[in-house]
Design a protein around this ligand. Structure first.
Ligand SMILES: Cc1cc2nc3c(=O)[nH]c(=O)nc-3n(C[C@H](O)[C@H](O)[C@H](O)COP(=O)(O)OP(=O)(O)OC[C@H]3O[C@@H](n4cnc5c(N)ncnc54)[C@H](O)[C@@H]3O)c2cc1C
Length: 138
């Protein structure tokens, strides 16, 4: 399963909108930065990172507080003033969740051809279902 982690930081205002920015960003790391509050009522904002690949494993192995501080260091570069407006944060790791252990199926080179045909093959009366058994994963 592909590792995915998210870090959410809440601010007391969407101060980045004052100069026309919507809060979203692309960075040179294995993550996207989203601002899911962009079209919501109220004045508070959330800046969120959607982290994947090895970087998601790194974040998943850190404490929640360490993930939030590392994210604030990055978000401060994108939206200067982030730490001054910060109110609180939260994290989630699909990698760490015992019933998912990841977000979606990914295969290493060659595995799609060698392993996939067998993943959905019934074992006696036991049948396997879900996106990880599909040739159209995700
Ligand atoms: C953060 C994240 C981002 C993603 N981004 C994308 C993306 O951009 N594009 C993409 O294509 N895919 C994406 N995916 C993957 C996609 O969401 C999953 O691959 C897809 O939802 C899996 O579908 P599924 O039907 O196999 O399983 P699920 O959607 O997990 O459905 C399983 C269902 O079974 C139910 N269930 C479990 N146990 C029982 C039980 N005992 N009895 C009855 N019901 C039960 C669950 O409640 C659930 O509703 C993402 C996933 C995550 C986590």
């Amino acid at each position: 399963m592909g590792p995915v982690a998210r870090v959410y930081t809440q601010t007391n205002s969407r101060f980045w909108e004052s100069d026309g920015r919507n809060g979203f960003a692309s960075v040179d790391q294995a993550m996207d930065i989203w601002s899911p509050t962009f079209d919501q009522p109220g004045k508070r904002g959330i800046v969120m990172s959607y982290i994947y690949e090895d970087l998601a494993v790194q974040y998943s192995n850190m404490s929640e507080e360490a993930q939030i501080q590392r994210s604030l260091d990055l978000f401060e570069q994108i939206h200067p003033g982030m730490r001054d407006h910060f109110e609180g944060g939260a994290t989630w790791s699909w990698q760490n969740h015992p019933y998912s252990k990841g977000a979606y199926m990914i295969t290493r080179p060659e595995e799609f051809r060698t392993v996939m045909p067998y993943v959905s093959t019934p074992e006696g009366r036991v049948h396997f279902a879900g996106e990880h058994t599909s040739t159209w994963p995700g």
